[in-house]
Design a protein around this ligand. Structure first.
Ligand code: NAI
Length: 701
């Protein structure tokens, strides 16, 4: 036993620099506050406090960052002492000043640990934040009580309800840290500790009242925070609880505030919302793990890229690359198309800069990285080529043959097709192993999802390079197989079929959309159709000889959606707000009568089941076919590509949370009236019969 323990380096160790005890946390990769780390810090602080030779304490971390948070794997289990607040209470009780030395990111429990110290110094690149709301909880180690005492109520509300990080300079200005260190952080921390020990200065945030006193009696502050949050939180509980906890910091004595914060935090930890948000957190990490792609899979360096087509998607993709500092050659067929594309890119960047999303000077830097061209030969220097021309197999094949002629050996050749066969496109080249689908979502510079479509011949290195690229440009990648619509759009179609039927059976577009909006989606299928444009689907239906009674009539009237001021809804000039339109209702009633349908009242609960259960069913088929690797991957697609509310965890998690057997039973019931979309997939039948859910499926090897 002792021998084994000796060989494992301790997670927390103490060394001495003269009369300063330096406590170091070494728990890679992010120094998470696991039970062992909490115990180690507690013991080290108590030992240093009891040691007469120690004048002051420095708390620091090895590796790439200060403590970057709790150990989330412990969330599902009962808290085990010492819990974080026990450790922080020991720091509060210390008779010697404790200085936190921060590098990397002090996040969540890490920032709470630093706030319990008497002094905080940080390197300039350090960042701090309380991201707990992103996991559906609030800080539970005093963050909601100490941060307002350090930074004031408005700043604390902003940071805790958003979960966003701020940099060291901003943290200094806000009063969250005491010093930004230009040189050696450890030396500066030790010197500060020694100086403060000599002064006998050890202020505790728990004793400070002046910042919270400013807010006392200003209930308007909290009302304003609630009003601002209601629009953003969309049914998430954690931001409201965060506001309550900060309000307690203003209204209650410190210890009562701490107890109140803990109670709220514990309640949230046990909530369905937090379970869903944690699921998404882990699913996002798992999605980056792809069988056949390992640490030793070579990743190509992307020094230069080329994008073919400067339309809606090509322009957005070029922006993603340029924003990440990657030079892009943007290739079009005609000068006017190229000029239009560039003008759109510029105006998007300028709008972002106006809103404060980027520095004004960066507009020119990024535009400078985009080199317009009318010659395919100009893609020769690119390590990555992304095609985003018209959705037409013949055109794409011709374009890929051309790309093949000019691209250098080893370049990644990607198509942004949303429906076409990536294998057929790859076969137009002499190097199908270099071809991959990179399916961005519109607007490509905003939406976080990237479906990486693995073709039959796609090389592992090409996948590894695509995954690395996704990370570099700030996207969340999910690897999917070649099938019609891949994962996202294939499931969207299942939802769309029911949306159409619901409107014929008795609902109106605004009711269908409201049901999904209230569930937490940013918009429903009808507002989404109006946003994307109804003409595209109309043209496809005409080519394929398909009909959609109401939609076809709207299109015949020139109602193509927002761009024509009317579609399923009407739009006032310059506004994107959908307004229900009696003219549309009249068309719906006529078409329903023509089809012989007796319209009926449809309850919102039925609307939700009708829209969401077919998606779950399609998701199960996608899993059976191996088109997605894991249920969590499908959830990621829906949360990051289509705005499925994160607190509902994505469609597969949603079905699990409801109980897969109960979902199956409801599907069987709906199948009797509404047909095959609801006949449970064999995978659902099997899991439900075994009393299991999607989450019980084994991870792919
Ligand atoms: P778009 O019509 O806005 O842009 C296509 C552009 O490609 C046009 O500017 C056209 O001039 C150019 N182009 C056509 N042939 C070309 C050639 N041989 N060489 C160079 N440029 C050429 O179309 P959009 O919406 O950008 O779609 C592009 C691709 O992205 C399609 O495959 C589409 O399915 C896919 N996609 C579209 C999404 C959307 O929401 N619009 C979402 C995800 C994928």
């Amino acid at each position: 036993m002792a021998e084994a323990a000796d060989r494992t380096p301790p997670l927390v160790r103490t060394d001495r620099d003269g009369d300063i005890a330096r406590i170091t946390v070494a728990n890679p990769p992010v120094n998470a506050l696991s039970h062992a780390v909490r115990s180690g810090i507690l013991a080290a602080v108590q030992a240093a406090d009891a040691d007469a030779g120690v004048a002051a304490i420095v708390l620091r971390c090895d590796g790439r960052t200060f403590v970057a948070g709790a150990d989330i794997t412990e969330f599902g289990r009962p808290a085990q002492e010492p819990i974080l607040s026990t450790v922080l209470a020991a720091i509060d009780a210390s008779s010697k000043p404790v200085v936190a030395a921060i590098h990397g990111t002090a996040l969540g429990g890490g920032l709470e640990l630093a706030l319990a110290c008497h002094w905080r110094v940080a390197v300039q690149s350090a960042r701090v934040g309380l991201p707990e709301v992103k996991l559906g909880i609030i800080p539970g180690g005093g963050g909601t009580q100490r941060l307002p005492r350090a930074a004031g109520v408005a700043k604390a509300l902003d940071m805790i309800t958003s979960g966003e990080m701020i940099g060291a300079d901003a943290a200094l200005a806000a009063g969250i840290i005491d010093q930004v260190v230009a040189g050696d952080l450890d030396r500066a921390a030790v010197e500060l500790a020694r100086a403060k020990a000599a002064e006998g200065a050890m202020p505790r945030l728990r004793d400070r009242d002046e910042r919270t006193a400013e807010a006392r009696g200003q209930s308007g502050l909290f009302d304003a925070a609630r009003a601002a949050m209601a629009r953003r939180a969309r049914g998430r509980t954690a931001p409201e609880y965060a506001i309550r906890a900060v309000q307690a910091a203003v209204e209650l004595p410190f210890d009562e505030g701490i107890a109140y914060e803990r109670a709220l935090c514990d309640e949230l930890k046990a909530s369905a919302q937090s379970r869903a948000q944690r699921h998404i957190f882990f699913a996002e990490r798992d999605a980056a793990k792809v069988p056949g792609v390992g640490r030793d899979t070579p990743v190509a360096r992307i020094g230069q890229a080329a994008v073919i087509g400067a339309g809606t998607m090509g322009g957005g993709i070029a922006m993603c690359l340029a924003s990440a500092g990657i030079p892009v050659t943007l290739i079009e067929t005609t000068q006017p198309a190229l000029d239009r594309g560039l003008a759109t890119i510029r105006s998007n960047y300028e709008a972002t800069a106006r809103r404060g999303g980027m520095a004004a000077a960066d507009v020119e830097t990024r535009m400078g990285l985009i080199r317009p061209s009318l010659a395919m030969a100009d893609l020769a220097g690119a390590d990555l080529v992304i095609e985003a021309v018209f959705e037409d197999t013949a055109i794409k094949k011709a374009v890929f043959a051309e790309i093949d002629r000019h691209a250098k050996a080893g370049a990644v050749l990607a198509t942004n097709t949303s429906t076409l066969d990536v294998n057929a496109i790859a076969a137009a080249t002499g190097r199908p192993e270099s071809v991959v689908g990179l399916h961005f979502f519109s607007p490509a510079n905003v939406m976080k999802l990237l479906e990486i479509v693995r073709g039959a011949r796609t090389d592992a290195g090409v996948l590894a390079t695509s995954l690395a690229l996704a990370k570099r440009i700030g996207k969340v990648p999910v690897v999917v197989g070649v099938c019609d619509g891949f994962v996202g759009n294939r499931m969207l179609r299942a939802r769309g079929r029911q949306a159409e039927r619901l409107v014929m059976e008795g609902a109106l577009p605004q009711q269908v959309d409201a049901a999904l909006y209230d569930f937490g989606f940013p918009m429903g299928p009808y507002a989404m159709g109006d946003l994307a444009g109804l003409d595209i689907g109309w043209r496809i239906r005409q080519e394929k000889g398909l009909k959609s009674a109401v939609a076809d009539r709207l299109c015949a009237l020139g109602r193509f959606g927002q761009k024509t001021g009317a579609g399923w809804f009407r739009y006032e000039a310059g506004s994107r707000t959908p307004i229900p339109d009696p003219a549309v209702e009249a068309i719906i009633l006529e078409e329903a009568a023509r089809a012989g349908i007796a319209r009926r009242e449809i309850a919102n609960a039925e609307i939700l089941d009708r829209l969401l259960l077919p998606m779950v069913n399609e998701g199960a088929r996608i899993l059976e076919e191996g088109m997605a690797l894991r249920p969590g991957d499908i959830d990621i697609v829906w949360v990051y590509g289509y705005g499925w509310p994160i607190q509902e965890g994505g469609p597969m998690h949603w079905a699990d949370a409801r109980g897969l057997a109960a979902a199956r039973d409801r599907m069987v019931e709906l199948a009797r009236q509404h047909g095959e979309d609801f006949v449970p997939a064999p995978l659902i039948e099997r899991l439900a019969a075994e009393g299991k859910g999607f989450a019980d499926l084994p991870q792919p090897a």
